[in-house]
Write a protein that binds this ligand. Structure first.
Ligand SMILES: [Zn+2]
Length: 191
């Protein structure tokens, strides 16, 4: 069962429209979450940019187990910054950054905060509702419903649409399911 409150999806679509306007993007254009981060005053780092990250932690994140994490938001001197796993594909990084930005936009308060051994980093943990909201907003920011509907109606296949928005095929599939666009397009199959 979805934990999203009524009207939340619509709010996300409006937010996606608003941020595109703010970034001078066409309504159906891809949104680069790194540009959005810049306008929100959030910096994006890679693990190598983190001062005082113990060498062992850096090695763990980047070499030993690069697939075990995608991105974290940390708070340094009251400023939020996102550390993204730059070993991931650009598409996955976009998803991770948009997800972390969504927590920030939605002003989610972490249920639990961990202080790193380095002392100044706070790693946040969110509850399930907050995770679902962040997934919904990030998916909508990257792939707005109107744009998705229009591209599918034009006959573009999923691979092309995913490439257009620079997102993973998994994310695109999730958006197709969540938005119910297939129903609106009738029984035609897209794959
Ligand atoms: Zn999250």
């Amino acid at each position: 069962m979805s934990l999203l409150r009524r009207g939340f999806k619509t709010w996300c679509e409006n937010a996606a429209r608003g941020y595109r306007r703010e970034l001078n993007l066409q309504p159906f254009a891809a949104l680069n979450p790194r540009l959005l981060a810049a306008t929100l005053g959030v910096r994006i780092w890679t693990p190598a940019d983190v001062p005082g990250l113990p060498a062992a932690a850096l090695k763990q994140l980047t070499k030993t187990d690069p697939t075990s994490w995608s991105a974290v938001t940390i708070c340094v001197n009251n400023k939020r910054l996102i550390i993204v796993n730059d070993q991931d594909s650009v598409e996955r990084q976009n998803n991770s950054i948009a997800h972390e930005l969504s927590h920030i936009i939605l002003e989610h308060k972490a249920a639990q905060v961990f202080v790193s051994p380095a002392g100044q980093m706070l790693l946040s943990e969110y509850d399930r509702t907050q995770e679902e909201e962040a997934d919904c907003l990030s998916g909508t920011l990257l792939v707005p419903r109107d744009a998705l509907l229009s591209l599918l109606a034009e006959g573009d296949d999923q691979a092309r649409i995913a490439a257009h928005f620079v997102v993973t095929k998994d994310l695109l599939r999730m958006r197709i399911n969540l938005t119910g666009v297939q129903k609106q397009l009738g029984r035609r199959r897209y794959g």
